[in-house]
Design a protein around this ligand. Structure first.
Ligand code: COI
Length: 357
């Protein structure tokens, strides 16, 4: 039985417009006709779960999110298989992480079953918006929660709005990427919000992203805030490397986001002859490994980015440094293909990661 009430749009997107959007979706340019919404008020709890036509919100100008940034979000995808069935990938991990992010931002946590129902019921209603499974296209789902209480005192809000949007998406990074190792910016410090998926982390990454672009790089590779010595993650993805002795190395958890794709790749690694290792990795180790050839491949991973090959680095200290011969690594491509094949139903789902909508 549906948990969310449904108010259907009286003006859904005409088929021809939707088909044009699905033919070349890009990322975040088109939205489905409906969105999910649930409200929270202290004393009453979460109430009025509903799916309504996608429309603007009305917010009081004093809504706490507009002033103090109490906001969290998630990202997951729905995939169309060859038989036209539609599947989510590990949505319960997103539901759990959303609770963790809420706790870090002192927001009311959304019950995980309500998160899952809102995503499932919205995707079920909007299945015509799930693109064909060519060119890595999928329906990207964006659950988010904001503090909409009108109150200017600095304290946790007593009122929240949770919503889910869905947008057809193509590849987020269609090409391999070079990473800028910034000397000027830090993504997160111990005790900060690095493990939470909150808008503030992404707002703070934008200046560094522009700096990266100015140095010919598509993304930033952040180092730790205390010493700028230890590798952390990229602005929108986790970071991994493959070594000549078959290790899949990635920075340990602590101040980085615990990515669902990160966990999935670490789980798949042994099937590709790789030993997954999570530990602190220094910038020096990266440099020496690149120079000696011990580090043979590098890639970044995330829901939107899938697995994006990293072909080089740039930094003020050492200038341009290539990974291997500067082209995407073969094992990176194999891991990427394996993950995509599971998500699109072309490879066995041995870990029970797919949920049918
Ligand atoms: C995702 O991969 O889902 C993200 O949240 C990254 C993004 C901000 C596009």
């Amino acid at each position: 039985m549906a948990l969310l009430d449904l108010q259907r749009s009286s003006t859904p997107t005409p088929d021809s417009e939707r088909e044009a959007a699905l033919a070349d979706p890009g990322f975040g340019r088109f939205y489905t006709d409906h969105m999910a919404v649930v409200n929270f008020t202290e004393g009453r709890g979460w109430e009025n779960p509903r799916i309504v036509p996608t429309a603007n919100f009305t917010l009081h100008p004093a809504a706490a999110v507009l002033h103090y940034g109490q906001e969290i979000f998630e990202g997951l995808k729905a995939y169309r298989h060859d038989d036209d069935s539609v599947w989510l990938f590990r949505p319960e991990r997103n539901a759990r992480r959303f609770v963790g992010s809420a706790q870090r931002l002192q927001m009311a946590p959304l019950p995980e079953e309500l998160f899952l129902a809102s995503v499932m019921e919205l995707v079920d209603l909007e299945r015509v918006w799930v693109p064909e499974n060519s060119n890595e296209q999928s329906l990207y789902i964006r659950p988010f929660q904001i503090a909409d209480e009108p109150y200017l005192g600095v304290r946790e809000a007593k009122q929240y709005l949770y919503s889910v949007l869905a947008t057809p998406a193509g590849a987020y990074y269609p090409d391999p990427v070079k990473l800028w190792i910034t000397p000027n910016y830090t993504r997160a410090a111990a005790g900060g919000t690095g493990t939470a998926k909150c808008g503030g982390n992404y707002a703070a990454s934008l200046a560094a992203a522009v700096e990266a672009q100015q140095h010919g790089c598509g993304q930033v590779l952040y180092t730790d805030g205390a010493e700028h010595k230890w590798l952390e993650e990229c602005g929108t993805m986790n970071f991994m490397m493959i070594t000549a002795d078959d290790e899949l190395l990635t920075p340990a958890l602590g101040t980085i986001l615990e990515g669902v794709t990160r966990d999935s790749i670490l789980t798949l690694a042994p099937e590709h002859g790789l030993t997954p290792v999570q530990r602190p990795i220094s910038v020096d180790e990266l440099r020496e490994g690149l120079a000696s050839g011990h580090i043979t491949e590098a890639f970044a991973c995330g829901t939107a980015a899938v697995i994006t090959p990293i072909v080089g680095f740039n930094s003020p200290e050492h200038g341009e440094e290539a990974v291997g011969d500067g082209t995407p690594g073969a094992r990176t491509q194999q891991l990427r293909q394996h993950l995509l094949d599971i998500q699109y139903g072309r490879a066995a789902d041995r870990h029970g990661w797919l949920r049918r909508v």
